[in-house]
Every structure is written in C-alpha cells, then in structure tokens.
Design a protein around this ligand. Structure first.
Ligand code: CA
Length: 627
C-alpha cells in the first residue's frame, strides 16, 4: 500500500469537518454497538444484509486473498475477533471464519530487521521472519496458501520509499544482490521447513519507483533476478510450484508496459505481474484491465491485483488518522461507504482482472483485520486515556503502523508514528465483530440475497471538502514574485539551524499548484525566507496560507515585513503576523497590514519559523497587495 501520503498520518484536526464526522459517526453507529453498525442482527446473522450478484467465470483456483500481516501483533495487543454469533474466536476460529468467507490465500509482508539497535520494534505488525512464520502456519493450518511479500527493507517499501535494509546499506551492488539472494533463499527455506504452504513469492513491494535504495533499472533488475533465482532454486529443491511475482503500483500512470519491457530486456525471470489498485487514487478499472492486459498479452505473464481495499466508514476508531477519511473528500469514492460498498468494490476489481482473460489469476484484499487496539471516540470523556493506552500498546507491541523507534530508519515514522490508518477499511467493526464483507469472496462467487427484514445498506454520504479560496480581493494585484513557490526564484531561504525548509513538489501539501514552501527536521530548527520588494507610499496587506503540526507550544511561526535589516530576532521586524500549526490541510491565513510613508521604499517580507524537532508545515500562496 502506498501507506504514507504526505501528512496524512497526522492526528485528525476536525475544525472544518467536525460536523461531517459527527454525522458519519451517527450513521455508522457507535463502535461499541457493533450490531447496530450495519443493521446486523447477530442472532440471525446467517441472513446476509448485503446483496451481491454472483460473478460468473471465476476459476476454481482464482486467488481470493487477504493480507493479514498485522494479525499476530493485533492478537498480542489484546484485540479480540468474533464470529457472526458473537463468540470470541481463537486463532483457528479466526482463520476458519475467513476461509468460510472465501479467502484461499494469505498475503504476508516480510521485513529483514524491523527493530532499532536496542531491539525496539518498528511496528506495522513487526513482520520479521518469526512473525511471518507464526502467521504462515496459522494460514496453512486453515488450508490457505501463503503469498510471501518480500519488501527487501527493514520497514515499509512503497512508491515513496525503497530503503535498503540496515545490514545492506552501503554495500557494493554485487554484494547486495548476493545478500538479497541469501535472505530470500534462507527465509523461504525456513518457512517451508516449518510447514508453511508458500504458493507465491513477491520479490519486492510496489517497486514502481525503485528497490533497495536504487531506481536504476539495470541495478533493480539485477536484484530482482537474484531474488527470483533463489525462489526457483528452493522450489526445485522442494519439488513444488512457487509462482514468482513482481509488484508495481499506480496503474493510472499507464507505465506498466515500460516496467514489463525493462524486466524483459534485463531478463528477469518471473511469472506474475501484480498491481495495487486503490480506487481512490488509481484510475479507472478499464485502465487497470488495459494495463494488465498489455503485460499479459505482450510478455505472456499472469497478472493480478495484490492489494485493494475500500472503506466501510469514514470514522476513525483508534485515534490515528485514517488514510481515507472525511477530510479526503477529494479522493474518489465510487462505491457506497459500507460493507456493501466494500464487496461491490472487490467484485468490480475481480471483474477487471478476469477481463484480462486466463492470465488474470487473483485479487488480494489489504489488511482486513487491522482494527483498533481499543476503540477511541474523541468525544468521550476518557478519549485521552484511550488514546494514551493505544499509543503505549502500539509503541511496545508494534500493532500500529509505526512506532517512534522506526523514526531513525523512516523519516515519516518520526513524524507520524501511531496506530492503524486503515481500521475503516477492515472487514470487522472497530471492536472486532465481522461485517458482511468478511464473506466478500464467498458472496461474489455464489451471490447473496438480502435476508428477510434487511434493506440495502444506507451508505455514508461522500463528504464534500470545504474549498479554501486564496483569491485576492477584486482588482488587487499580487506584488510578490513567485508567490505560490511554483519556481525556485525570488525567495531566499536561510536555514539558520537545521535544514528544515525547502521549496518542494508535494501536491499533498499545497493549497494550489504543485509546489509549496515546506519544512520538517528531526532536530530543532530555525529558518527565515525572504523576498525584497520596492513599494510606493500606501497601505499594504501581506499574508499567506499555512498548514502544519507537531510544532508544540514553544514554536514561533510568523510572517513578517520590515524596512530594516532582517535579523534572527523576528521581534525586531516592524510587522509580524503569527500563525499556528492546526493540522494537515487545515489552513490558517496570517496577514499583516503595513503603512509605507515614502515612495520607493525597499521592504523585505518573509516567513520566520523556529520550531522543535519534528515540527512540520507548509506555506503556500503568499500575497502582497496595495489597499
Ligand atoms: Ca485509525
């Protein structure tokens, strides 16, 4: 999964959206009363509360998978899962529930060494080889096959990050290829020796933009070939069939032909070309089919969707903001926000894969069991205690997406460590009761008719996002050059301590355009950004837009203007307008008024920020105009 996107992992700020979330929460029912959440009457749960038209032409051996990588850490954290009758499930019961629901494959990510030098877990399910082995055995015992997902990293690998494991860092390329071969071979041998039924191995995770710290195709393919060779050798030794998959994402960029081409040119030996497909971000299903068909038809490969998921609610129930939330109204919600919508989404994705023809071999749902440790409700009196409890468990057990200990390895984790970003995409309610979507695959194969007394689920409304307008008053002319930071011109950036500030291409954190003035550092920092203009006498407005977080009470964030020298003491400037960090996409609009008495006065306007380690933010669309 493209797990981290900009500042999404921030704890939610709900200044603009509070009413919407409250409404969503009311519709979803409170998490503690799971039986109400989707109208499920637990006593007669055999009757579906969803309607699904059976999808024809699904081969018997079509992979209908679920990525359950966080399951072991969830159980260690005290999470309980239930069956439809409300009985608490043991491990075998949990896996039987999923198997009965049609899951035939369990996908599990493997990180090389997801711990810091003192042995603290990085979190994210602490998916080292021991954890993968334990989980793999549970899946095998339930009659499911395992898709082993090598990230070839110590933590999350996705389009935004492909960091080599610590132990491989700085290795010459041939040595890294050897290390990757050894790790692949030894890990796979270990799992098979432990009786884990590995049916497919993914060499790398979402390698669209690189692998193990490199984005050069000739180096990436050398590493992929080393992994592939190891899998082929183990499969031969063990006399079993193990499919080898490569895994890319962002089908909407329409590059799959190029990726398959370089894999072909460099002779990478693989069987399956897999894609992620998240409907909020990844374009149309017609395009997905076309991209996969191109690879299948041109290079004779099997194809599949290795990750997909969909929301059943927009409410967060663990206190760690979700990737898809009411704030993400600008993402695409093509299906109902309900268990019905979850099933409809997977059905549509399966249809898209099947449309490729025989080469289309499977679909895998991402992390349907990653639910809250304890159910968090920000409006309840004990919200702070519940969050503190969750945070403590995430930090010690590793059942959240990242611990603070991961920060030294993963810059995003230093900023946004915490719980699950996808608890609203699970097949379970926040307190562990199954939604009808646990039966997604069974219903898609067999169809489902609404049980007596049920009507089609009431979907949560798709949120509308409040637009922030940065238009100037009618007739006003912006006197700043490069006001939206779309170029590297006009502004002087002085990082006085730290290296926090830069103009960055980051559409997740812009108000408009593609670039913004962004900052973050893992040490305390101070910076000043300036632009000098010459003004005639008059009254001027200097302002702009700011979003940010984790700056604490000690930070100073301000716009300033001065006709004198700029110093590192912002209070020496004649004009200042302070701002505060109120959260991701919560834009503040600091503005100052200045009186210029003489024509041809040189004025320096700018941004001043002094903040503690971990503080982050973005300025965009600054303006200066004459009244
Ligand atoms: Ca969450």
């Amino acid at each position: 999964m493209r797990h981290m996107r900009g500042f999404e992992m921030m704890k939610k700020q709900r200044l603009f959206y509070g009413a919407m979330i409250l409404m969503a929460g009311l519709l979803a029912g409170c998490a503690g009363a799971s039986s109400e959440q989707n109208n499920v009457d637990l006593s007669t749960a055999a009757a579906p509360d969803v309607e699904v038209e059976a999808l024809s032409g699904i081969p018997e051996d079509f992979m209908t998978g679920a990525d359950l990588s966080s399951y072991i850490a969830e159980k260690e954290s005290g999470v309980t899962y239930y069956d439809f009758e409300g009985n608490a499930l043991d491990d075998a019961g949990f896996f039987k529930l999923l198997a009965d629901g049609g899951v035939n494959y369990v996908r599990i990510r493997l990180w090389n060494d997801p711990t810091d030098d003192k042995g603290h877990t990085y979190g994210g399910g602490h998916c080292d080889l021991d954890t993968v082995t334990e989980l793999g055995k549970l899946a095998t015992q339930a009659g499911m096959k395992v898709l082993l997902d090598f990230h070839y990293s110590d933590f999350w690998a996705d389009p935004g990050k492909q960091k080599a494991p610590k132990a491989w860092d700085g290795m010459a390329h041939e040595d890294m290829a050897q290390a990757l071969y050894d790790f692949t071979k030894e890990s796979l041998q270990h799992l098979l020796a432990e009786g884990v039924d590995v049916g497919m191995v993914q060499i790398g995770n979402e390698i669209t933009n690189g692998l193990c710290g490199t984005s050069y195709h000739h180096l990436m393919t050398e590493l992929l070939s080393a992994g592939s060779k190891a899998v082929r050798e183990v499969a031969a030794e063990e006399e079993r069939e193990i499919l080898i998959a490569v895994h890319y994402t962002n089908p909407e960029e329409e590059n799959y032909g190029e990726y398959a081409d370089y894999l072909d040119r460099y002779g990478v030996d693989y069987d399956v070309f897999a894609s992620s497909y998240y409907p909020y971000w990844h374009g149309t299903l017609e395009n997905l089919t076309a991209q996969l068909a191109l690879v299948a038809d041109t290079y004779g490969k099997k194809v599949m969707v290795a990750e997909t998921s969909y929301v059943h609610t927009l409410t967060d129930y663990d206190g760690a903001a979700n990737t898809e939330s009411a704030e993400k109204g600008f993402d695409t919600f093509d299906y109902d926000i309900s268990a019905q919508g979850q099933i409809d989404e997977v059905r549509a994705v399966m249809q898209a894969v099947l449309a490729v023809g025989e080469a289309g071999i499977g679909v895998c749902y991402w992390e349907p069991a990653w639910i809250p440790v304890s159910v968090y409700d920000e409006t309840s009196a004990d919200a702070a205690q519940v969050f503190a409890h969750n945070q403590e468990i995430w930090e010690t057990i590793g059942s959240g997406w990242a611990t603070s200990y991961a920060g030294a390895y993963d810059k995003d984790a230093a900023l946004y460590y915490g719980g699950s970003a996808v608890d609203n995409e699970a097949w379970f309610t926040a307190d562990g009761h199954p939604l009808s979507s646990v039966n997604t695959y069974k219903y898609i194969r067999e169809g489902a008719t609404l049980g007596e007394g049920y009507s089609r689920m009431e979907a949560e409304p798709v949120p509308e996002v409040e637009e922030v307008s940065s238009d100037l008053p009618g007739g006003a002319v912006n006197l700043l050059a490069n006001p939206g930071f779309e170029e590297e011109t006009a502004w002087e950036i002085h990082n006085l301590t730290g290296e926090a500030c830069a103009i960055e291409d980051d559409t997740n954190n812009v108000l408009n355009g593609e670039y913004c003035l962004k900052f973050w550092d893992n040490v305390d920092f101070t910076f000043i950004v300036t632009q000098t203009v010459t003004l005639d006498a008059g009254t001027y407005h200097y302002g702009g837009w700011f979003e940010g977080g984790d700056c604490g009470d000690s930070a100073r964030l301000a716009l300033f203007a001065t006709t004198g020298e700029v110093t590192d003491n912002i209070d020496e400037a004649e004009y200042t307008a302070d701002t505060t960090a109120q959260g991701w996409r919560t834009w503040d609009n600091p503005e100052l008024l200045m009186e210029i008495v003489e024509d041809v006065t040189e004025v320096t306007v700018g941004v001043f920020v002094q903040a503690p380690a971990g503080g982050w933010g973005a300025f965009d669309d600054l303006y200066l105009y004459k009244e």
